[in-house]
Write a protein of this length. Structure first.
Length: 128
C-alpha cells in the first residue's frame, strides 16, 4: 500500500489505484466525462494545489531563489487547516490503500508535487 506521486495524463501502472488531481484547474479542452479514461484523474482534489497567486509565483521561478520563494509559500499554504487535515488523511490512507496524487507539470523537480511528496513523507506516508 502506498501513494504514487506522478504526472497527470501519463499512462497508469498496475495497482496504482485511484488518481487524485491536486491541481487548481481541470485539464483544458478535456470533457469531464473523459478525465479518468484519459488518465488525468478520478477525483479532483484542489485543496492540495497551490493558490492562484502561488501558482503564478512557481511558474515564474526561473532561479533557485525564485523556486525557494515558491516552496516557502506553498508549504505555508499546506499548514492551513483544510490542507493539513487532507495531508494527514492521505498519509493515514497510504498505509491501507494504493492511490496516486499528481499535477500536470512536466518537470517534477519544479512542480508542487515534489514538495507534496516531502510533506506526505514528513507525515509518515508510504510513498513510492
Amino acid at each position: 500500500m502506498a501513494i504514487r506521486v506522478l504526472r497527470l495524463g501519463t499512462a497508469r501502472v498496475r495497482g496504482e489505484g485511484p488518481r487524485l488531481g491536486t491541481v487548481r484547474r481541470p485539464p483544458r479542452g478535456v470533457p469531464r466525462s473523459r478525465f479518468a479514461s484519459e488518465n488525468w484523474y478520478d477525483c479532483w482534489f484542489p485543496v492540495l494545489a497551490p493558490s492562484e497567486s502561488t501558482l503564478k509565483l512557481g511558474r515564474g521561478a526561473v532561479t533557485a531563489a525564485g523556486w525557494r520563494r515558491f516552496a516557502r509559500r506553498y508549504r505555508a499554504e499546506m499548514k492551513r487547516p483544510a490542507a493539513s487535515q487532507a495531508l494527514d488523511l492521505l498519509a493515514a490512507l497510504s498505509h491501507r490503500a494504493n492511490f496516486s496524487v499528481g499535477c500536470y507539470c512536466e518537470d517534477a523537480s519544479r512542480c508542487h508535487r515534489s514538495l507534496l511528496r516531502a510533506l506526505l513523507l514528513a507525515r509518515g506516508a508510504r510513498v513510492r
